[in-house]
Design a binder for this molecule. Sequence first.
Ligand code: SAH
Length: 245
Amino acid sequence: MTGTGSRGWDARILTLYPAMFPGPLGQSLAGRALNEGVWSLRVVDIRDFARDKHRSVDDTPFGGGPGMVMRPDVLAAAIDATVAAAGEAAAEQPLIYFSPRGRRLDQALVHSVKDAGGATLVCGRFEGVDERLLQARPVTEVSLGDFVLSGGEIAAYALLDAVVRLLPGVMGAEESGTEESFADGLLEYPQYTRPQEWEGRSVPEVLLSGHHERIAAWRRDQAERITAERRPDLWEDYAKRKRGK
Ligand code: SAH
């Protein structure tokens, strides 16, 4: 891990709903890793940076239209204070605003965020944030997919869950990180466990053979078949890389 002052991976989350954290990230693998200090979580309530006595963080959009927009001055104050308090390394780490307009989250982005040693994550609400904030700070917009959530918090869960499981020592078998979907640009092969016979269905013979090379070859064939069938986009990239080799 590089670029972090603490001993773990550092998450900083800016939200209007601080009680949503750690939420699901306090359970299971991520929760255990959080308790062990493999990663840390600092949750910042954006409302603490409001400037008026009503503690307002949003206002009506210029030009009219429905809903409310988050104010750039309040958000910038929250971001600047959070990054400054987190030490020198934090200024070099990604500053992410979750937004349906952003780059789609994928495993390559997860790896690059993980490798940065930490990140500052801004969760939007209402109609989103004033555009000038996105220009005035080095913000990367990240989308969870082509649908609209009511807030960025669920996208933050997704990104953090995906990062934390890659941190050293978090997953039981180290290699489960290198064999799974997307690790080599393919979707994962089918998995089977006990019982060996279930509702008249048996497990593919080859998996019972104990023949490691044949098993590996079968799994690769299956991964290729499933990827070609389900994800022509991934398949094309994979085939191109294979031809290039
Ligand atoms: N008016 C906006 C949607 C705002 S939804 C638009 O049409 O683009 C409110 C907040 O939810 C956003 O500010 C963003 O932080 C979060 N959000 C909504 N959909 C998201 C998605 N697909 N990926 C990541 N964050 C999302």
